[in-house]
Design a protein around this ligand. Structure first.
Ligand SMILES: [Zn+2]
Length: 635
């Protein structure tokens, strides 16, 4: 096994950013995009392969259909109508979304088309009720600068967002319709070759240009980035990796994917040397033979009436376990593919005996399927009806690796920064014209309007926040990059309070609670505003804000009102405050005797414990000091 050195493989990276636009309507209907988990409407569809209007079958669609799913859709009347349910044709293109898309294209110096043709893009995972997503190519070309690096833009599209996946149970997949049809722009960059450490900066700069328009959504799920990775010797194969959640993950994902691709090329060469060919005789049902096998996976499968299948691979001994680089092997590629069909395990000869499969099982197997020393084999369990497809897919994949190197997949980024098989790449039949919507003509007036509305640069936006709100540069950056910038500006406009205080609650307090595992999605913007209103009226203290936030973010209360009741926070009058402090001073006379005025330290701790959130720290401090002094005079 070699050490992987990314600089040796000529890796090229392209970014694909999907950014939701901040409109009050969806792209082709009047529904308001509101996140909600209460659903009053429920209906179901069966996934089927549809021949696209160009008359070809889409390989990804065919592949998905082999998994036979029932799709359940959940919706409510506030955030969806008959358009989302595919019971009514789309309405006119939303004017705001159209404007924002043109501004973004102008800001990226991309050439806007004078006529825009809505298209249908086949979607086969059930995330669209129609089986397709509407998309429009708005502009091509353009660039932006990320520090000193100039990044080319390939294309900018305006699209409908997909439905939100709610979960999967057996053969049923569930989606919520509130997000379906929300406008988003998809921006694809040209492939670029940079140091790994630069990639995050390049993605961040693009995100900042978008946020500078102040017309894009913020927060969890409002921006998603896919990354395309290819290597110099990869015969032009570009692998699309979806679902990179955080920019910090980008570097790891690119490195892993480049390593995988380069590893596959080495695996490919090795298989070519083996002269392996598959024949139908290489596949055998070994359910009877393995009926006494002690492996739990095998026994569970037999209990579920599944069949145990062995596939032999002539002269391929050592191939499944061969490790060109750490974590890269043919066995893993096969396991990912099989898992996609809902099959839990596949064992290969290079890892056996293990997992409860013993040497005696293997001896019987070798005799039964007639394999020699230099042959390899796979063992897997599958429902009868899936066997043909699965075996077929495994063989096709290994043949593809042997003949062409890297299989053309769409992959998914994992939490640990690896990539895993998601589905085969859709073919060219995936796009066809949307006949329900006429072409959209972009006028010269619209273009010059968009030019006029190109936002200030990110740097200028930060400076503006610094001067306008008199907050330090670091906090200005944090608040501008956060999802709370709009809320922050509203609070400052409506409530007489310190911008620095509001910004630090929004950026650091909430973030700290998030880091400790609490959920900021439970916190509605209206409730945050209410907090600062109550503070202004003197009904709660500054100190109680964090207590209330913590209570809501941990799911104990839904609203500020509820949280105040649940935490028994209410401001107490100065008189009762003074009374409590007098009592504490009385009880702790000895501390005051010993430490004189320095007793404020330990006593402050005692008082705060009792009064946390009920009065401001400043007030407690001054009352306490006053009472300590009074006590000292009388000792
Ligand atoms: Zn609607």
């Amino acid at each position: 096994m070699e050490e992987f050195v990314i600089n040796n493989v000529g890796v090229k990276v392209g970014l694909e950013i999907h950014q939701q636009l901040a409109t009050n309507k969806k792209l082709f209907c009047n529904c308001t995009p509101i996140e909600s988990d209460e659903y009053s409407i429920k209906f179901q569809r069966k996934l089927r392969v549809s021949k696209s209007e160009l008359g070809e079958f889409d390989p990804a669609a065919l592949f998905e259909s082999t998994k036979s799913k029932t799709i359940m859709y959940y919706a409510n009347h506030e955030s969806s109508c008959l358009v989302e349910q595919d019971e009514e044709p789309p309405h006119e293109l939303d004017a705001d979304a159209r404007k924002i898309a043109l501004i973004i294209s102008s800001a990226l110096k991309s050439n806007i088309f004078s006529e825009i043709y809505p298209m249908r893009k086949t979607v086969i995972d059930g995330s669209n009720t129609t089986g397709f997503q509407r998309t429009m190519l708005i502009s091509q070309g353009g660039f932006y600068n990320a520090g000193k690096t100039k990044i080319g833009i390939q294309s900018i599209c305006l699209e409908e967002d997909a439905a939100k996946i709610l979960g999967e149970e057996g053969s049923i997949r569930k989606f919520g319709l509130e997000r379906l049809g929300v406008p988003l722009v998809e921006i694809a960059t040209d492939p670029f070759e940079v140091e790994l450490t630069e990639i995050k900066k390049i993605a961040l700069s693009l995100g900042r240009i978008l946020r500078s328009t102040k017309k894009v959504k913020r927060g969890l799920g409002s921006i998603r980035q896919d990354v395309n990775v290819s290597i110099k010797d990869g015969n032009g194969v570009v692998i699309e990796v979806k679902g990179v959640q955080q920019l910090d993950q980008l570097e790891k994902v690119v490195e892993y994917e480049a390593k995988r691709q380069h590893g596959l090329l080495q695996i490919s060469k090795k298989i070519q040397e083996k002269n392996w060919e598959f024949t139908d005789e290489d596949k055998k049902d070994i359910t009877e033979l393995f009926s006494k096998c002690k492996s739990k996976i095998i026994q569970n499968a037999i209990k579920k009436n599944q069949r145990i299948i062995a596939i032999s691979f002539k002269k391929m001994a050592g191939m499944f376990g061969f490790l060109p680089y750490e974590d890269i092997r043919l066995g893993k590629e096969v396991a990912e593919l099989v898992r996609f069909f809902g099959i839990g395990g596949v064992f290969h000869s290079d890892e056996l005996p293990n997992y409860g499969i013993e040497e005696s099982d293997l001896e019987g197997l070798r005799k039964f399927i007639k394999i020699k020393e230099d042959d390899a084999f796979l063992i897997l369990a599958s429902p009868e009806e899936k066997i043909h497809t699965i075996v077929n897919q495994i063989i096709l994949r290994i043949e593809h690796i042997r003949d062409h190197g890297i299989p053309i997949d769409t992959r998914l980024a994992t939490q640990t920064g690896e990539t895993k098989f998601l589905r085969p790449r859709p073919g060219s039949a995936r796009m066809y014209p949307e006949t329900d919507i006429p072409p959209i003509i972009i006028t010269k007036e619209e273009l010059s309007e968009a030019e006029k509305n190109i936002p200030k640069s990110w740097d200028d936006s930060i400076k503006e926040i610094e001067t306008k709100y008199k907050i330090n540069p670091q906090l200005a950056e944090q608040i501008f990059d956060s999802r709370y910038i709009g809320l922050f500006e509203n609070i400052i406009k409506e409530i007489n309070t310190s911008p620095t205080f509001v910004a630090s609650i929004l950026c650091s307090s909430i973030t700290n609670f998030e880091r400790s595992g609490l959920d900021s999605n439970l916190l509605k913007n209206e409730e945050i505003s209410k907090l600062f209103q109550l503070l202004e009226k003197g009904e709660i203290s500054k100190e109680s804000i964090e207590i209330i936030l913590e209570n809501i973010m941990s799911g104990k209360s839904k609203t500020v009102k509820e949280a105040i009741e649940n935490t028994s926070i209410e401001s107490i009058s100065e008189e009762s405050l003074e009374k409590i402090i007098e009592e504490i001073v009385e009880k702790n006379e000895s501390i005051i005797k010993n430490q004189k005025e320095r007793a404020i330290g330990p006593l402050m701790g005692i008082v705060m414990k009792e009064l946390r959130g009920k009065a401001s720290g400043e007030m407690i401090n001054s009352l306490l000091l006053k009472n300590i002094k009074k006590k000292l005079e009388n000792i």
